[in-house]
Design a binder for this molecule. Structure first.
Ligand code: KG4
Ligand code: ZN
Length: 334
């Protein structure tokens, strides 16, 4: 089955072509980061307009690179939510119109399901069941995944998402948007032991997270120390955030008896998290699976892949409706 995937939920337009027999054939991405940087965050109206400009050229590019034609497609997947309503509508409108013209099915994919299944786009994918740590700019969740659409929420953040905490801390340290990559680069030059920051809820006995107190602790530290020790503060923040993510993920594996852990979402690109998690998990006989680095952040490949899993079954015709808010636990099992 050959599926075109279109991602347009936030500030990246991603298009990809996935074949259930031959794997990922091509993928292309346009990031709007430079455009939004001047405003310190994503401007929804600008995001929608840019998706309109990019989505067709990117589609032509993946078709050309894959050597396939539109008439080879068996289905089209697009991000139906959660995300920015106007941005989602661009992908939904394009995907539904093209599917209608080609007389093939279209399927709306849950953005987080795309992230969560992204480590499966691999030559050695993890088997079910596994625990998934979803750490993006908008979400932080631990899920028990026993199959496509079979998701049990174990815990989630009570306030800021992990990526949001990286972004807000980066802002306090005078770094640009999004701050995660810049903060982790600065942290690499710092001494994490110089300052000690709290590990919120590390020992709370559940699988929930809280990151807003950590951000406030950084603010207090910056007020006291100024920005001269920014690298040490960045390293201390990263060490604290990663400690909590590692501790909770391993506790979730122990609780559910899972020997496989999947990490997905933008913060999954963080080198310190990968290093710490892989080592701590190995000591407990747990294997950690990550998506390819470029598929940690938003991309079309994860949408094409998740769409291919769902298109195996007939899909209800949902029209153009998008779901800016959408709980993962509401999905049907496949
Ligand atoms: O998954 P994603 O692309 O978008 C959402 O669906 O939210 O995640 C973006 C988030 C941003 O908060 C960004 O700062 C963070 O992922 N991020 C990182 C790194 N790369 C991206 N955070 C820490 N370290 C990184 N290397
Ligand atoms: Zn995302």
């Amino acid at each position: 089955m050959l599926v075109l995937g279109v991602e347009s939920s936030c500030d990246e337009t991603g298009v990809a072509l996935y074949d259930s027999t031959h794997g990922l054939l091509a993928h292309a991405l346009h990031s709007q980061i430079a455009m939004h940087n001047a405003y310190g965050g994503v401007v929804p109206e600008l995001a929608s307009r840019d998706h309109i400009r990019r989505v067709l050229p990117l589609t032509r590019q993946v078709m050309r690179e894959s050597g396939r034609t539109l008439s080879d497609l068996d289905g089209i997947a697009y991000t139906q939510g959660p995300g920015l309503a106007g941005a989602l509508l661009v992908g939904a409108g394009m995907a539904r119109a093209l599917a209608y013209a080609l007389d093939i099915p279209a399927v709306g994919v849950h953005h987080l399901e795309g992230h969560m299944l992204s480590p499966l786009i691999s030559d050695v994918p993890p088997e079910f069941p596994f625990v998934a740590l979803l750490v993006s700019g908008g979400h932080t969740q631990l899920m028990l995944v026993s199959g496509v659409g079979r998701y049990t929420l174990l815990g989630e953040t009570l306030d800021d998402a992990a990526g949001e905490a990286f972004d807000k801390t980066a802002q306090l340290l005078g770094l640009g948007y999004p701050g995660g990559p810049a903060l982790s680069q600065l942290a690499a030059a710092g001494d994490a032991a110089r300052f000690t920051l709290p590990r919120p809820m590390l020992n709370s006995g559940d699988f929930d997270f809280s990151f807003s107190g950590l951000k406030t602790a950084v603010l207090t530290l910056v007020r006291k120390q100024g920005l001269e020790q920014a690298a040490d503060i960045a390293a201390a923040f990263q060490a604290a955030a990663v400690d909590v993510l590692v501790g909770k993920s391993l506790a979730a594996c122990a609780h559910s008896g899972a020997s496989r852990l999947v990490v997905a979402g933008g913060v999954g690109a963080n080198a310190h998290l990968r290093h710490r998690l892989t080592r701590a998990a190995a000591e407990r006989g747990i294997t950690v699976f990550y998506p390819r680095l470029e598929f940690c952040t938003d991309n079309g490949a994860m949408i094409a892949y998740a769409g291919a899993q769902r298109l195996v079954h007939p899909q209800p015709d949902l029209g153009f409706a998008v779901k800016p808010r959408w709980e993962l636990s509401m999905l049907d099992a496949v």
